[in-house]
Structure formats: structure tokens, C-alpha cells
Design a protein around this ligand. Structure first.
Ligand SMILES: Cc1cc2nc3c(=O)[nH]c(=O)nc-3n(C[C@H](O)[C@H](O)[C@H](O)COP(=O)(O)O)c2cc1C
Length: 214
């Protein structure tokens, strides 16, 4: 522990050396701090066309030229890839559905580890709509859905980072201002994941701050 004595502040700082930490503890520490994390509610299909759904919060937008996102499905304890990872490896397509307060419970239900090929959306009574260019359907109640093609998957140690090219955006009319072509972000009630395993946040407490000239 390091004691910091500044002019205005006195406090101690703990330093964690990750080489000495188990992956489990590293996850507990980092996922409590790097918050809130958006949640990708991913729909995919296997080679037989069977639908799968699961939430992933090791997820974010990575760039826009072209639009890309990243998500990290781990392996199950058995060492086998989670169904989402397996389906994307086999079919190279998926849909990221975004999660608002209304869908929180249903999203959580679909995190159940059902046997491969079983559809978690049926368990959660969630309806789907066909996608435009990929086989996996999108989730009807999601405020927005992103149709993605797998650009590639990076294996970094035991981490699997799936990079998706975002090819289509579907957004519910109530959240889209077609006159000005923008998202009505003030009315979106997205949720975020906080410290695992059970903490989430709402995103309706907002403030504005004018950014300096770039
Ligand atoms: C909000 C939330 C976020 C999650 N994020 C991840 C994640 O980023 N990576 C991961 O491997 N598992 C994550 N999980 C756990 C998976 O959803 C869970 O293992 C699920 O059974 C995987 O399903 P699948 O095998 O159908 O893909 C998360 C669970 C919840 C509830």
C-alpha cells in the first residue's frame, strides 16, 4: 500500500500486480471497476439453423470506419466454447441486440446454460423478427439490433475477442427521429452491467458537459 501525501489530499493506494492474480480474481477486480459495461444480447444460429441467445458484457463498439464491435465469449468450465462462440465460429454471423430496462429480466433468463442447440429465447418467452442479411433473427422487443458478420476472432491468451462488422442497424421507431436522422437517446432506457455477478445500473441519470474544441 502506498501513502500519497499531496498538498490537498492524503490517501493510500493499493497496487495489484496481475501476474500474481488468478483470472477469477482479475475478473472480479476489473469488472467491478470498468463499469458500466453495455450488454450485447447476442443471437446466433448453429449449422442446423437452431437459434441461440445469450448476454455478453465483455463487449463494446470498437470503431466506425467501418462500424465494428467486439465481444468476448469465454469457454465453459468443461473447456468447450460457449454456444455463441461456437455458432459464430461455424456460421460467421450474429446479431447484437441492445438491452433496456424492459428487457432486463428476459436477458437475464437467457444467460442460462442450456444444452447446445436449445433456444434460450423460448425459455424467456421472447419473440424474434427475421434479420435482413444474416440468418440469426433479431429480438423483437430490443430497442435496437445490429446485424453483424464476423470480421475475425483474436485469441489472446485464453481470451477470445470476436470482432464483428456491423452491417445493419434496426432501431425501434420510438427511438428514431427520421426527420433529423438521429437516435432519440434521451428516451432510451439502456441498462449496464456493474460488479458481477448480479449488479446492474440504469442510464437515465444523465448530465451534459460542453467539450473543449478539438
Ligand atoms: C449480463 C451478463 C453478461 C455476461 N457477459 C459475459 C461475457 O462477457 N463473457 C462470457 O463468457 N460470459 C458472459 N456472461 C455469461 C453468459 O451469458 C453465459 O455463460 C451463457 O450461458 C452463455 O450462453 P451460450 O453458451 O448460449 O453462448 C454474461 C452473463 C450475464 C447475465
Amino acid at each position: 500500500m502506498l501513502l500519497i501525501k499531496g498538498v490537498f489530499l492524503t490517501f493510500y493506494i493499493m497496487e495489484i500486480i496481475f501476474e500474481n492474480e488468478s483470472p477469477h480474481h482479475a475478473f472480479s477486480l476489473l469488472s467491478s471497476l470498468i463499469v458500466p459495461r453495455p450488454i450485447a444480447w447476442v443471437t446466433s444460429v448453429n449449422l442446423e439453423g437452431k437459434i441461440n441467445a445469450a448476454p455478453y458484457s465483455l463487449f463494446n463498439l470498437l470503431g466506425v470506419q467501418p462500424p465494428i464491435l467486439g465481444l468476448c465469449p469465454e469457454n465453459y468450465k468443461s473447456g468447450l466454447p460457449k454456444d455463441t462462440a461456437r455458432n459464430i465460429r461455424d456460421t460467421h454471423e450474429f446479431v447484437v441486440n441492445l438491452v433496456d430496462e424492459e428487457s432486463a429480466q428476459a436477458m437475464n433468463i437467457t444467460s442460462a446454460a442450456l444444452p447446445y442447440g436449445e433456444n434460450e429465447l423460448e425459455l424467456a418467452n421472447v419473440e424474434t423478427l427475421p434479420s435482413s442479411i444474416v440468418k440469426p433473427p433479431r429480438i423483437a422487443q430490443a430497442p435496437a439490433s445490429l446485424e453483424c458478420l464476423e470480421w475475425g476472432t483474436l485469441q489472446i491468451g485464453e481470451n477470445r475477442l470476436i470482432i464483428g462488422l456491423i452491417k445493419r442497424l434496426h432501431v425501434r421507431d420510438e427511438y428514431y427521429d427520421s426527420k433529423n436522422n438521429h437516435i432519440k437517446s434521451a428516451s432510451l432506457k439502456m441498462i449496464g452491467r456493474m460488479a458481477p455477478p448480479n449488479t446492474y445500473c440504469r442510464t437515465m441519470d444523465r448530465f451534459t458537459m460542453i467539450k473543449p474544441e478539438e
